[in-house]
Ligand binder design. Structure first.
Ligand code: FCB
Length: 469
């Protein structure tokens, strides 16, 4: 692509999540979440890092809003911590928690920035996990109550309500491979979690439609672009199976109103899916104003022959248990580099492919890039600058990939860089830095990396210069 100018209506934003930046884990009545428990369990996170303090955003939110405004961004995607606004996950709401988000939303509006609020970015109240977590239908019902509370309080001051962030991770990493909270390794529970997260989305979506009709409704999915190692029928079938677990388990009920038949057959040895009740799928298919897409890297699979050494290089962390329920006969192959500090391959073409697939399969469904970005080992030079050329290059190539998809007809309305700030990167703790703004965790000083300056220029002009190589 030889340069591209995004229209003025294209939204430039940045994204964060509550547990990754807020800190203040025990302040103002906040309850505990599964991530508090998980990160405080020895051996679960790199260096034993926890989100207790994180980027201290709970106390520094005004300064952080200042950065968003200085960057000239039109939108900010943040998440609401369920245990901060409804400790325990049922019953009474915590006014201090609601006030925090209310001030944040007003602060964004005062600065002309659209608030895009995610209801659930993985911090489930621990009490609900103790009662079964996402493997239990009750959790979806509790989520509806929580949604009613926050939508009632913030309503259409929030421009876009996003029900869930990456339910794939919540279900499969949380309940099958256990590399995310709550750290369970129960394949049947993972599939039940898939459904109850989908159901939670439908129930909360209905709340938004009824309580804040002027607000946009969305959900954010981490869709996988899956390629076969060869053109053999077996490898192509491996793609189909992983596509069912990774993508169609969510796209199916949310956008087509039904689970794909092959998913149910593929997983029949694990569950009979009797947790799907009559009417659930219809409820889940609540119409979306925008579908949120998170993209970082691509996936390469082959049918496993049962004897050759496996790679299991799916990029989703190391565990003895697989996140890929009932797909032991599929192997994930290492991919050609270059890689980010996460070990994820850099593959912008796959991003274009994904957006075009969505455009083809769901014509008329507007799309929003709700996360894209890269971790690299940043170096602070003697004069304090952070020349993160590789991050700029990554962003440049991926935004060009979005431009390519748009040029071919995909209705992509905006782009949120992950992330505004360095933050607690889940199992990788503070070791992996995704921010366009550096956080010094000793002093909490924020410093713009070169990528922040670059992104500010892009947001101001909408003009993406051709990539240099
Ligand atoms: C996504 C998560 C986000 C962040 C990025 C790197 O899976 O939604 O919180 O950790 O990956």
């Amino acid at each position: 692509m030889t340069g591209y100018v995004f229209p003025e209506s294209f939204v430039w934003g940045s994204a964060t999540a509550s547990y990754q930046i807020e800190g203040a884990a025990t302040e103002d009545g906040r309850g505990r979440s599964i991530w508090d428990t998980y990160s405080h369990t020895p051996g679960r996170t790199l260096n034993g890092d926890t989100g207790d303090v994180a980027a201290d955003h709970y106390h520094r939110w005004r300064e952080d809003l200042g950065h968003i405004a200085d960057l000239g961004l039109g939108a900010y995607r943040f998440s609401i911590a369920w245990p901060r606004v409804q400790p325990g996950g049922s019953g009474k709401f915590n006014q201090a928690g609601i006030d925090f988000y209310s001030r944040l939303v007003d602060g964004l509006l005062e600065r002309g920035v659209r608030p895009v609020a995610t209801m659930y970015h993985w911090d489930l109240p621990q009490e609900l996990e103790d009662a079964g977590g996402w493997a239990s239908r009750e959790t979806a019902l509790r989520f509806e109550e929580y949604a009613a509370g926050i939508v009632g309080a913030l309503g259409d001051r929030v421009h876009t309500w996003t029900t869930l962030n990456e339910p794939w991770c919540s279900a499969y990493l949380g309940y099958a491979s256990g590399v995310h909270a709550p750290g369970r390794t129960e394949p049947a529970a993972a599939l039940a979690a898939v459904h109850h997260l989908n159901l939670a989305h439908g129930l909360a979506g209905r709340v938004v439609r009824e309580t804040a009709p002027a607000a946009d409704l969305s959900v954010t999915l981490n869709l996988h672009v899956i390629r076969p190692a060869s053109d053999s029928e077996a490898d192509r079938d491996a793609v189909r199976r992983i596509d069912a677990l990774a993508n169609r388990a969510f796209l199916g009920p949310m956008l087509d109103g039904a689970y794909p038949a092959d998913l149910l057959t593929d997983t029949a040895s694990v569950t009979d899916w009797s947790f799907v009740h009559d009417g659930d799928e219809k409820l889940i298919a609540v119409p979306l104003d925008v579908l949120g897409v998170n993209y970082y890297s691509s996936t390469l699979v082959r049918a496993w022959d049962g004897v050759s050494p496996r790679s299991d290089a799916d990029g989703h962390g190391k565990s003895a248990a697989t996140p890929w329920v009932a797909a032991d006969d599929v192997d994930f192959l290492p991919q050609p580099g270059p890689y980010t500090a996460m070990g994820w391959n850099i593959d912008p073409e796959a991003f274009t492919e994904l957006l075009l697939r969505l455009h083809r399969e769901y014509p008329g469904q507007p799309l929003m890039i709700t996360e894209n970005g890269a971790a690299f080992d940043d170096v602070v030079s003697a004069d304090g600058t952070i020349a993160d050329d590789r991050r700029i290059d990554y962003l440049h190539r991926h935004i060009a990939a979005v431009a390519d998809a748009r040029a071919q007809g995909a209705d992509v309305r905006g782009y949120f860089v992950w992330s505004l700030l360095d933050n607690f990167e889940w199992g990788y703790g503070y070791d992996r830095r995704f921010g366009i703004i550096r956080v010094d965790y000793d002093t909490q000083v924020r410093t713009w990396k070169q990528s922040a300056h670059w992104y500010k220029r892009l947001a101001a002009t909408g003009r993406l210069e051709p990539a240099t190589s």
